[in-house]
Design a protein around this ligand. Structure first.
Ligand SMILES: [Zn+2]
Ligand SMILES: [Zn+2]
Length: 327
């Protein structure tokens, strides 16, 4: 099979020809139909996340068809369509797994980080962590739902029943979750990079009441703000934009340092929290609500071999929505 491989952090992915992986106990072999590109892939490639598997095939928003079953794998049949998300496996026995917080597992495996992912023609996955894909989605439309959608949705759940919700960074995750928020009757406020008129219009086209740049104050104070951009400078801006008792949710896996800020921004029982990974329940909940909205992913597709170009476009903010690689 052909794959795009990271040999060392801070280098470009290299196209390589490799033997097909073999599904182990409880695993399935999956022929990749589409794999979306996530900002986390950039953090892995840039060496901002410690100890990746090396060499590594990145990619954790995979849609494919079951092409082989490992020993004792029985959840899916050959030909079934499955999604493979970031959470690749958990230990099942640590205090977090036992308490229903498997997203915080002490010994997890993450797809495209500590195990090989979907920038390839074929991959393997633990069948218990695969996600059935609603029939109304094409392979390419479904791929961005698998991280941007799932972890974005977990971030929205963290915002509780907030009615006025702000999104800082209006990329792959925000554009999906904003659709859910509007469906739930919430008011969406979108914050983009300064001067990104196109992004601000895109947000309004998806139902945002207001859009502007991140240093601006919205016309009303927010009940919650969700930060998807990996920019610590946004935390004080977001705190300034939420009302007393409001919450700022940091939805990314990596963020630059948060600058110091006056205590009065936090005062008034405002909260800051992060969202780490996802649970299988998040996946099931999101895949249940997505077709009802219906959540529509905006994406640009690239051949698998142009993964480096897709990553460059994501890094430089040249994408509307998500990038999807097609082997
Ligand atoms: Zn565990
Ligand atoms: Zn991701």
């Amino acid at each position: 099979m052909r794959a795009m491989v990271l040999s060392a952090p801070k280098t470009a992915l290299q196209q390589m020809q490799m033997p097909d992986p073999k599904p182990a106990h409880g695993e399935i072999l999956v022929r990749v139909e589409a794999c979306a590109v996530c900002r986390t892939d950039l953090h892995v490639i840039d060496g901002e996340l410690p100890h990746p598997k090396l060499p590594l095939i990145p990619g954790h928003e995979i849609v494919g068809r079951v092409a082989g079953l490992g020993p004792s794998a029985s959840r899916f049949a050959i030909g079934d369509r499955v999604g493979i998300p970031w959470l690749g496996r958990t230990c099942g026995v640590c205090e977090f797994c036992k308490a229903g917080m498997e997203n915080l597992c002490e010994n997890p495996l993450f797809t495209g980080y500590t195990r090989d992912g979907g920038y390839a023609e074929v991959t393997v996955a633990d069948e218990q962590f695969c996600v059935p894909i609603p029939a109304s989605y094409s392979d390419l439309e479904a791929a961005p739902l698998l991280c941007a959608g799932l972890i974005g949705y977990r971030s929205l759940v963290k915002a509780g029943d907030a009615r006025r919700v702000g999104f800082y960074g209006f990329g792959a995750a925000a554009h999906l979750v904003a659709q859910v928020a509007v469906y739930q009757g919430r008011d969406v406020y979108a914050f983009t990079r300064r001067g990104d008129k196109e992004g601000q219009e895109f947000a309004r086209s998806l139902g945002a009441r207001w859009s502007g740049h991140s240093a601006e104050l919205p016309p009303v104070l927010l009940d919650a703000a969700i930060i998807f951009a990996p920019v610590g400078d946004l935390v004080p801006y977001a705190l300034r934009a939420v009302r007393k008792g409001g919450i700022v949710v940091c939805g990314g896996i990596h963020m630059s340092d948060i600058p110091s800020f006056p205590y009065e921004l936090l005062w008034g029982e405002r909260q800051i929290c992060s969202v780490a990974n996802l649970t299988r329940k998040d996946a099931a909940d999101f895949m249940a609500i997505a077709p009802k909205v219906p959540v529509r992913a905006h994406f640009e597709s690239f051949p698998l071999t142009e993964a480096n170009e897709a990553l460059h476009r994501l890094r430089t903010g040249q994408l509307r929505g998500a990038a999807v690689l097609v082997p």
